[in-house]
Write a protein of this length. Structure first.
Length: 338
C-alpha cells in the first residue's frame, strides 16, 4: 500500500510517500524557521498560513519524486495532534479532502507516535519491545513500547521539556531563534565543567524529569559570570541535560529489564547525547537506536510510516474522525489498540 503522509503540527510542512512493500519512496520538508526568526519564536497564525501555501506544492513534489499519480495512493495519513490547532487543521483538512476525493482512507496519526516509530526506518532497526526516550519540542518522556499502538508511559517531565530548556537557555545566551541547535554548536567549543550546574531529579528514584530549575540556574550564572563565558555556560548546560537524560534512560532499562533503547525527536540529533548513550550502552552490552538525522525533526516521512504500520497491523487511524487534538496523551493510543 502507498501512503501519503502529511505533517503540519508546528513550523514545518512535511510530505512523504511510503510504500509498505518498497519502503520510503520520497519525502520533503519546508521549514518556517527563517520566517519566525524575526519574531523570536513561532507565530501560530503565520505558521498556519504558510502551511496552506506549501502543502499542495510539496505534495506534487513528493509524488513526482516517487513516480506516482494521485490515483496510485491507497491512504492518506496526517498529524491529528498534538500541536498548534490552526496548523493541525490545515493538514487535517487537506488530507481528509484529498482522501474523500480519491475514495481512500484518511488516518489521523499521533505526532509523537510518528517520532516514536521513526527509528524503525533506520538500518539496523530495533525489534519490539524497547524503551523509548521521546525528546521532541515540548515533550520529554520515557515509554515502554511493546508494539505498534502498545505504549506505556514510564516517566515524563514535570515542567519544561529538554527541547524547551535548550531554546530558553539559548535565549538567555543571546543566541536567537531557533536556539537549540545554536546552543549545541556553541557548547562544542566550551568547557563543560568550568561552572557547576544542577542535574535536576537525576537521583530522584523515579523516571520523571525536570529542567526548569536548570534553566533558572543558567539565568543566575549569566547574571554572575556574564556573556563573556557563553561557550562554557552552554557546554555546562548541555552536559547537565545529557547527564540527566542518559541517567534516566539507564534507570528505565534497569526497571523494565529491557535491553534496547530508542531515542527519537529533535534533541535526539544532539551529538553529545548520542555519544554519551553510545558509550553507556556499549559498556553494558545494551543497544541504542536512533532515527536518521534528517528524520529527527518534524517530517511527513514518520507520519506516512506510522500510517503504514497501523494499516499493516489492522489498527485504525487515531479515532476515525475529522478532528484535531492540540493536546493529546500518547498513552491513549494503547486503549484504542486494545
Amino acid at each position: 500500500m502507498k501512503i501519503l503522509g502529511v505533517e503540519s503540527s508546528c513550523d514545518e510542512t512535511g510530505l512523504a510517500v511510503f510504500d509498505t512493500e518498497a519502503g520510503m519512496l520520497a519525502h520533503a520538508v519546508h521549514s518556517q524557521v527563517a520566517m519566525h526568526a524575526e519574531y523570536g519564536g513561532v507565530v501560530p497564525e503565520l505558521a498556519s498560513r504558510d502551511h496552506i501555501r506549501r502543502v499542495i506544492p510539496l505534495t506534487r513534489t513528493v509524488l513526482k519524486q516517487a513516480g506516482l499519480a494521485l490515483d496510485d495512493l491507497d491512504a492518506v495519513a496526517y498529524t491529528q495532534g498534538p500541536g498548534l490547532a490552526g496548523a493541525l487543521l490545515v493538514g487535517a483538512g487537506f488530507a481528509n479532502a484529498l482522501a474523500a476525493a480519491l475514495r481512500i482512507p484518511a488516518l489521523g496519526i499521533h505526532h509523537l507516535e510518528g517520532h516514536l516509530l521513526s527509528p524503525l526506518l533506520a538500518n539496523p532497526r530495533p525489534e519490539f519491545p524497547f524503551v523509548a526516550l521521546l525528546v521532541s519540542g515540548g515533550h520529554t518522556q520515557l515509554m515502554r513500547v511493546d508494539g505498534v499502538g502498545r505504549y506505556a508511559l514510564l516517566g515524563e517531565t514535570v515542567d519544561d521539556a529538554a527541547g524547551e530548556a535548550f531554546d530558553k537557555t539559548a535565549q538567555l545566551l543571546g543566541l536567537g531563534y531557533p536556539g537549540g541547535p545554536a546552543l549545541s554548536r556553541l557548547a562544542d567549543t566550551g568547557h563543560p565543567y568550568r561552572f557547576e550546574l544542577p542535574r535536576p531529579m537525576l537521583h530522584s528514584g523515579d523516571l520523571e524529569f525536570s529542567f526548569s530549575g536548570l534553566k533558572t540556574a543558567v539565568l543566575t550564572l549569566v547574571k554572575k559570570a556574564g556573556l563573556d563565558n557563553q561557550a562554557d555556560i552552554a557546554a555546562g548546560f548541555q552536559a547537565a541535560v545529557v547527564d540527566v537524560l542518559a541517567g534516566k534512560c539507564l534507570a528505565a532499562l534497569k526497571k523494565t529489564g529491557l535491553r534496547r533503547l530508542v531515542v527519537a525527536g529533535g534533541v535526539g540529533a544532539n551529538r553529545a547525547l548520542r555519544a554519551r548513550l553510545d558509550a553507556e550502552m556499549a559498556q553494558r552490552q545494551l543497544t541504542v537506536f536512533y532515527p536518521p538525522l534528517d528524520l529527527c525533526t518534524d517530517n511527513g516521512a514518520m507520519i506516512a510510516f506510522a500510517g503504514g504500520l497501523r494499516l499493516a497491523a489492522g489498527l485504525p487511524g487515531a479515532d476515525g474522525r475529522f478532528a484535531v487534538r492540540p493536546r493529546w496523551d500518547l498513552a491513549e493510543l494503547a486503549a484504542i489498540a486494545a
